[in-house]
Design a protein around this ligand. Structure first.
Ligand SMILES: [Fe+2]
Length: 373
């Protein structure tokens, strides 16, 4: 399928990113990730121990930043690009527990691993450390092999988390940049995501399901990145080949996101958002209960947003007319009627998240000929 060079490069860089994350089998061979060298903050008011720990870590290729008390440790952990903090429990100006608690309470440093150095026999230190959010403990006297093994493991995990976060951000950016090319669909994914979460909250879905809805909605049309602009923007009358290209976007989107484990639960949303309850949808023609609840939610809000925004092939409908159209389509056997009614109840009210519609006066266009959205 022809795609522009710019798109191609964006795709390949992302594929490269997720390929490095993709692991054989169960999905995780840390040794495949880049080497575990990193930047470590060593915090201890005992200069001899501080130097000893630093030498152990430098011998393994880590860069070490030294802190003599809690305040210095917090400053380095907050303002430097640090992969891990090795923090002694007993220190002046904030002990190790305080440092850990503060670092774990800040969004910027929440995921920075903290290893607390404790006295061997102190189980209370460990309990306090767990409460403060410590990732691991190491007891004095420290043995080089143990220190290096724990640091290496946590730094690799940290790198893996960073890669994953970058890939997710990349996917969202790609989805947004794709729709931003078309002034008629700009903002569509974010609105669909917002509406889907609002409907999910109304249904009292779990936070895990809400996250799945949010992710899946944001990237549900990411497969359109491969559709040529002249097909994407064609007002009407797609020929057979063009329709085939258009209808391939759910499968392409699913393949695109499949390597990312955090998107695993969202894949049905991406693949099946154009299915219909009566089996007339695509790409698989599944029907009824075969279409999962989260997919049925996205279907309704996705159609609603498409109907209430102007498209190249028609004017926007008012919210009420859009709901009436959805109800007509429920009668045709396309969408879930119960979900449609719950969604319809969300629309009135100034505080409703659904109410953030474009503010133009919408002209009602009867008998809308819907194009693939
Ligand atoms: Fe779509």
């Amino acid at each position: 399928m022809p795609i522009s060079r710019g798109r191609e490069n964006r795709q390949y860089s992302l594929v490269s990113c997720v390929t490095r994350l993709r692991a054989p089998g169960a999905g995780g061979n840390l040794s495949d990730i880049e080497e575990a060298n990193g930047i470590i903050v060593v915090a201890d008011d005992d200069k001899v121990l501080q130097t000893l720990y630093a030498e152990m870590l430098r011998a393994e290729g880590y860069q070490v930043l030294l802190a003599a008390d809690g305040v210095e440790a917090i400053d380095l952990l907050t303002n430097e690009s640090v992969d891990l903090g090795l923090i002694d429990v007993m220190m002046p100006r904030h002990n190790g527990f305080d440092v850990c608690r503060i670092i774990k309470s800040r969004q910027k440093t929440l995921f920075t691993p903290i290893v607390l150095v404790t006295v061997l026999s102190s189980s209370q230190d460990r309990i306090n450390g767990i409460r403060a959010g410590a990732d691991d403990f190491i007891s004095k006297p420290i043995h080089s092999a143990e220190l290096v093994a724990r640091v290496k493991s946590l730094v690799k995990l940290r790198r893996l988390q960073n890669e994953l976060a970058h890939c997710e951000t990349g996917l969202f950016s790609l989805a947004l940049s794709s729709e931003a090319k078309d002034p008629y669909t700009e903002g569509h994914c974010e609105r669909v995501s917002r509406y889907a979460v609002a409907l999910g909250e109304q249904l009292k879905l779990s936070s895990d399901d809400l996250s799945t809805l949010k992710r899946g909605s944001m990237v549900h049309d990411i497969g359109k990145i491969t559709i040529p602009d002249h097909v994407l923007w064609k007002p009407s009358g797609l020929d057979e080949d063009e329709r085939r290209q258009m209808e391939a976007h759910p499968i392409i989107g699913e393949r695109f996101c499949a390597p990312l484990r955090s998107f695993k639960k969202s894949l049905p949303i991406i693949r099946w958002h154009h299915e219909r309850l009566n089996g007339e949808g695509y790409p698989d023609g599944i029907r009824g209960e075969e279409i999962p609840l989260l997919v049925r939610i996205v279907q309704i809000v996705e159609v609603y947003d498409s109907l209430t925004t102007t498209r190249v092939y028609r004017s926007a409908l008012t919210p009420n007319t859009a709901i009436a159209t959805l109800r007509d389509e429920v009668l045709k056997g396309w969408w879930d009627g119960a979900l449609t009614e719950i969604f319809a109840d969300l629309i009135p009210g100034e505080s409703s998240p659904i109410c953030a519609q474009p503010k133009k006066a919408w002209e009602i266009t009867p008998n809308v000929a819907r194009k693939v959205s």
